[in-house]
Design a binder for this molecule. Sequence first.
Ligand code: DX5
Ligand code: ZN
Length: 227
Amino acid sequence: MIISPSVLAMDYSKMKEQTEELNNSKADWIHFDVMDGHYVPNLSFGPDLLRGFRKLTDLTLDVHLMVTDPAKFIKPFADAGADMITVHEEVLHEYEKVMEMLEYIHSFGLRAGLAINPMTDVRRLQAYLHHCDLFLIMCVEPGYGGQPFRPASLAKIKNLRRWIDHTGSEALISVDGGIKFDTGRECALAGADVLVAGSYVFKDDIGKAVDSLVHCTDRTEADGKAA
Ligand code: DX5
Ligand code: ZN
């Protein structure tokens, strides 16, 4: 299980210490939520902040662009040190536009991801099984951390898992929004490869929270809560 803590929930007065805690945890990636105040109502970070994280960590920087015009931001985030960039299917929508964007991200040597919102049909991802490195299933409406997990996401993960396995696609399934021990476990059992978690990881002991997610499928819920 790959864990990608979302630094949207970080305490920025402790950016260095908390990034060090992530470095010392079992987290593999750092999830970086970019919001433009237009595609989603909230506003978050730009490439300069990512450049700061790049200096503090060797973990994979997993950039999630919640923006209306992703094309504008691929190069700046690639230059700032992103390892992978995920864009939303909803802002591109047409097959040619999605393909062009995935190729553009790949042209910087980065891994490319495609995200869908809770209201978007998972079948919209089917055409890209062999063109994406990652599918990001949003389990909340994008824009804010700390929202409750939507259980309807589980059926999407199961379908996608089946398509990936049947076609020999190597894409990973990542889940984002409302991920805690119990919801992370359900997603992992449904076939997710990557758990993105913000408020759960940064609530208290970062290392312990990450560890509980790494082992969510081999512990009972009660064990996880004790961890
Ligand atoms: C929501 C973001 C998420 C968010 C998750 O728009 O894409 O990555 O940080 O936060 P939690 O884990 O608190 O739901
Ligand atoms: Zn995200």
